[in-house]
Design a protein around this ligand. Sequence first.
Ligand SMILES: N[C@@H](CCC(=O)N[C@@H](CS)C(=O)NCC(=O)O)C(=O)O
Length: 219
Amino acid sequence: MSDPVLYGYWRSSAAYRVRIAVNVKGVAAQYEYVRLREGEQRRKPFLALNPAGLVPAWRDADGFVLGQSLAIIEYIDDVFPEPPLLPSDPRLKAICREIAYGIACDIHPLGNLRVLERLSADFGASAEARAAWCRQWIGRGFAAIEPRLVHFAGRHSIGDQISLADICLVPQVYNARRFGLDLTPFPRIVAADASAREQPAFAAAAPETQPDAPSASPP
Ligand SMILES: N[C@@H](CCC(=O)N[C@@H](CS)C(=O)NCC(=O)O)C(=O)O
C-alpha cells in the first residue's frame, strides 16, 4: 500500500495543523501542493477530492478521502493512537477542544482567503484594511484563549504534553504575526507557541520550510 496523501499549501494554517499532527505521530505521508493563489482549490481535480474547495484534504491509499483539518487530525489520532493528541482527563480534554474549536471555528474562518477576497471585491477593502480585519478577529479570539492558558498551561497549552490545542495554536500565532497583531497582551500564548515550535515535529511543519514556499514570500 502506498502512503496516504495530504493535500495542502505552505501558508495554509489549516494544512499546517495537519502537517504537525502527521509529524507528531510519525506517520509516513506524501504531500501534494494546491496553489491557492492560482485558484486550484476551486477547480477539478481538487474539487473532486474536497467539494468544499479548501485545503487540507487527506486521501488514504484505498481511496478514502477526508476534508476538514480537525476531522483529519482526529482520524489520524484514532488510527495512530500514540502519542495521544487529547488529554485523557475529561475536563482537560474538553478544555483542549475548546481552544482548538475556538481557533478553527471562531477565528480562522474570518481570515480565510475567500473571505478576504470578498472584502476587497464587495467592499473595496485595501490590503491594510484586510490585515486590520484579521488582527481584530485573531485578537478577540486570543483574548478568550489566554485566560485558559493562564489556568491550564504548563510547558505546553494544556499541561506539559503536546496536544490538539498546540497543534491549532501554533499555526494561528503564525497568522497573527503575518498580519502584524501585537501579541504583548497574550504572554501565555506566546510562551506556548515558542515551546511547541522547539519540537522537531513542529519545526518540520513550518510554512517557510515547505517545498512549495517561495524563497521570499510576499507580504
Ligand atoms: N475548516 C476548514 C478550513 C479550511 C480552509 O479554510 N482552508 C483554507 C486555507 S487555510 C483554504 O483552502 N482557502 C482557500 C480559499 O479560501 O479559497 C479546515 O479546518 O480544514
